[in-house]
Ligand binder design. Structure first.
Ligand SMILES: [Zn+2]
Length: 281
């Protein structure tokens, strides 16, 4: 088969796949009745998909560049301590050699073009996401001002468990036996009970921290931060956009903990408040 035709078909196919995927993104982006938070979630998904595609392209490009080096007779053994091992291609007819190099080169050009388009798309999505976050924050702040309140009251972080085993304030620490300030409330519940986001927000931390064990922290659009600690597992990751009531983790007893419970905190203006003031029980 004609090699030039092959190249054309390859470039056309890559471009077509790209165009279709970009169009799918664009159609999901029509504003209107859609909730701004949903648009922000779509934006985040778009960013993740684009990053994944760019990653895939980078891997393909790396292997194509490696192929090109081999074809050019520049292939070098990965072990630098050995003498340079050059792959010889002396048995390959000269004509074939050149066209193979041309073919790989044009594939690389096509892939790089597509990578640039995806990268531009990603940069646009990042800017769009930041702008959307700002718009949502401003709307929430306008609401706070008009209602003359400091923050948005959230829902209780567990569905069926409302008891508090240890309240906010000074207490004798159950592990150290030393009087210390308890920055949150402890809500006991069975292992793997769903822990819920008390309000809309963006996950600012999800991971393991000394004392807290597995902990999720959410930055909300009104400026408050909530903390959910001692989880058996976290189900969200940093950067995830969560809606009020979304499951963010599962109850556990990781870190400094004597039994299955959620240690829950609310922080406003970098100060902890009594969390029961910030949620509806
Ligand atoms: Zn606690």
């Amino acid at each position: 088969m004609n090699k030039d035709l092959n190249k054309v078909i390859l470039r056309f196919t890559i471009s077509l796949v790209l165009l279709i995927s970009l169009n799918l993104y664009n159609t999901s982006y029509s504003f209107g009745e859609v909730n701004k938070l949903d648009i922000l979630i779509q934006n985040q998904e778009k960013q993740e998909e684009l990053k994944e595609k760019i990653n895939e392209l980078d891997n393909i490009l790396e292997s194509k560049n490696q192929d090109l080096k081999v074809e050019n007779g520049q292939y070098v053994s990965s072990d630098d301590s050995k003498s340079l091992e050059v792959v010889t291609i002396s048995f390959v007819p000269q004509e074939y050699e050149t066209s193979k190099i041309d073919e790989i080169s044009s594939e690389i050009v096509a892939l790089e073009e597509n990578r640039n388009i995806l990268d531009k798309e990603l940069q646009d999505a990042i800017i769009e996401g930041v702008q959307l976050e700002k718009i949502i924050e401003e709307e929430v702040k306008a609401k706070l001002k008009s209602e003359n309140i400091e923050f948005v009251t959230g829902i209780w972080p567990l569905n069926d468990y409302k008891d508090i085993s240890s309240g906010y304030g000074y207490r004798i620490h159950p592990i150290t036996n030393v009087k210390s300030f308890h920055k949150g409330i402890d809500i006991p519940a069975p292992q793997d009970t769903d822990v819920l986001a008390i309000d809309d927000g963006i996950v600012s931390f999800s991971g393991y921290q000394n004392g807290y064990g597995n902990v999720v922290k959410i930055k909300h659009f009104d400026g408050k931060t909530t903390v959910y600690a001692h989880n058996n597992s976290n189900v969200v990751k940093k950067g995830d956009i969560v809606k009020q009531g979304d499951v963010i983790s599962k109850v556990g007893t990781t870190g400094n903990s004597t039994g299955n419970h959620v240690h829950f905190e609310i922080i406003i203006n970098e100060k902890n408040i009594n969390p029961i003031e910030g949620v509806i029980k």
